[in-house]
Write a protein that binds this ligand. Structure first.
Ligand code: KIV
Ligand code: ZN
Length: 513
């Protein structure tokens, strides 16, 4: 009989994931994702980098105050100010609060970024861990760029920080450079050469620059790593991080040769993935493993025939195992509150009474315009109506005339800082006229990076779904809007992006590392 080891899942969607371009989230959005991660039953949620901004600090604090299940981690550099700030946000989670401090250990980072000698790096790391351990026993140390660090030096750093009180040692492949055989060998080397290695949990954190983050994490687990750091949908810096759903489902599906378990409730994977896409506007590609729209679709006739005879001919895991149910048509105009609440619950949204009522009113209005309401429509209602950010700008009403003869003209009325304003402009098309008018009313200097229009479901009565990406002073935001009229959906997306920008610009400038 093989020993079955439990692997801890450390989710960093709200920290490393949020470092993806355009993935900035408000505090309420982060809290919503954190609740869903709690449902998913991850072991640790990395809620943010408290010193980076006031928003990050508040988000970590609110999550530490509110969630009762998972451990809550906050990232900090190895200096007193960062560590004190992290603990001030984390202390509400008491012993579940984890200080995660880090320092780079590779030659290239020490020489060019830190300008420190090996001895200075060891001393700084040890001092940081000691300071953190003065607050809590729950201390994690990450050797940034570990995968490119000389192994004897990495072993020396790891041994010293465990002696100083680190209880979790994280080995990041910060730049996504390693390959599975090499990364497995690094973990084995540390197991063999670090005297006190049994005093800490060994963790890995892989980036996906070569598309190997999941493979590298699995190789590390086989070599003895006990914690995997990952993100929902694999979002994160550059090409992203190890994808939570892929690593968890690989361990579950290939349990025959990977004798490991996790505590993740896999039936909540799909809802979590959808919620993150809704909140950030970052959609997953259709062929993305596990959660892509085509991940369980069988197109070729020969495959469809096989699946009809016996599912396992072409299906290595069931859609139900990730919470993907087949009853996609959900509700219509006669559906009542009970059916509506139940479906939202199944989709992973836990709304309070007031939000539920607002969403229900919006659902009824849509059901009057559109015969069939699909899950995707419900996602759009939640994104539009509930996942709100402070609204400096509000659309009151609009009218657009266009066609093959008339000059496209938009008349828009908005409430701006509580005051009603109205303007009308022409443009090269109805969307251009609308955006120009909104820009005039709001006096926005933001540049438009991209604009997309799609239909949420099929049929000519489908809701239009628009996204608008704006940029101002190096900050990028993504706004979304949905409405059966695509010009109104475009205006809502533009205004949503302007509101996000207003919120983001209020936050204090971030610290960089
Ligand atoms: O990629 C990385 O090295 C990190 C660490 C700070 C853990 O995100
Ligand atoms: Zn990282």
């Amino acid at each position: 009989m093989q020993d079955i080891k439990s692997i801890k899942i450390f989710d960093t969607t709200l920290r490393d994931g949020e470092q993806s371009p355009g993935a900035s989230m408000t505090i309420d959005e982060k809290l919503r994702i954190a609740f869903q991660l709690e449902k998913l039953n991850v072991d640790v949620i990395e809620a943010g980098f408290p010193i980076a901004s006031e928003g990050d600090f508040e988000a970590v604090k609110r999550i530490a105050q509110t969630l009762k299940g998972p451990e809550i981690s906050g990232l900090c550099r190895a200096n007193d100010k960062d560590i004190d700030c992290a603990w001030n946000a984390l202390k509400y989670a008491e012993e579940r609060g984890r200080i995660h401090t880090f320092l780079a250990t590779s030659d290239i980072h020490m020489k060019y970024k830190l300008k420190m000698s090996e001895q200075q790096v060891i001393d700084t790391a040890v001092a940081g861990v000691r300071r953190a351990a003065g607050y809590t026993a729950n201390v994690e140390f990450s050797a940034e760029d570990a995968a490119r660090t000389r192994l004897p030096f990495l072993a020396q750093v790891v041994e010293a920080v465990i002696d100083a009180g680190a209880r979790v040692i994280n080995i990041p492949d910060t730049v996504g450079y390693t390959i599975p055989s090499e990364f497995g060998a690094i973990i084995r080397y540390l197991k063999q050469h670090v005297r006190n290695i049994d005093g800490a949990i060994l963790s890995v954190h892989c980036h996906n620059d070569l598309g190997l983050a999941v493979a590298n994490s699995l190789a590390a687990v086989e070599a003895g790593a006990e914690q995997v750091e990952c993100t929902i949908n694999g979002i994160g810096e550059r090409a992203g991080n190890c994808s939570l759903e892929e690593v968890v489902m690989a361990l579950r599906t290939r349990h025959d040769i990977l004798p490991f378990t996790t505590r993740v409730n896999t039936e909540h994977i799909y809802a979590t993935s959808k919620l993150l896409s809704t909140v950030t506007g970052i959609m997953v590609q259709p062929n993305k493993a596990i959660v892509g729209a085509n991940a369980f679709a069988h197109e070729a006739g020969i495959h469809q025939h096989g699946v009809m005879m016996e599912k396992t001919t072409y299906e290595i895991m069931t859609p139900e195992s990730i919470g993907l149910t087949q009853n996609k048509l959900v509700l219509g105009k006669h559906s009542g509150r009970h059916a509506f609440n139940q479906r939202l619950d199944e989709l992973g949204y836990s709304l309070n009474k007031e939000d539920m009522e607002r969403a229900f009113v919006r659902f009824k209005a849509l059901a009057d315009q559109k015969k069939e309401i699909f899950d995707e429509d419900l996602d759009a209602i939640i994104a539009d109506e509930i996942i709100r950010i402070p609204e400096r700008y509000k659309l009151v009403q609009m009218n657009v005339s266009s066609g093959s003869f008339a000059a496209p003209t938009a008349t828009v009325e908005m409430e701006i800082d509580g005051k009603l304003r109205k303007a009308a402009l022409i443009g090269s098309g109805p969307v251009d006229a609308t955006f120009r008018t909104i820009k005039k009313l709001t006096k926005s200097q933001a540049g438009l990076l991209s604009f997309t229009v799609g239909a949420i479901t099929g049929g000519t009565d489908a809701q239009g779904e628009c996204t608008v990406r704006l940029e101002l002073d190096g900050r990028e935001v993504l706004g979304q809007g949905a409405h059966p009229d695509i010009i109104v959906a475009s205006a809502k997306a533009y205004i949503n992006a302007l509101n996000k920008l207003a919120t983001v610009m209020k936050k204090k400038a971030s610290a960089h590392f």
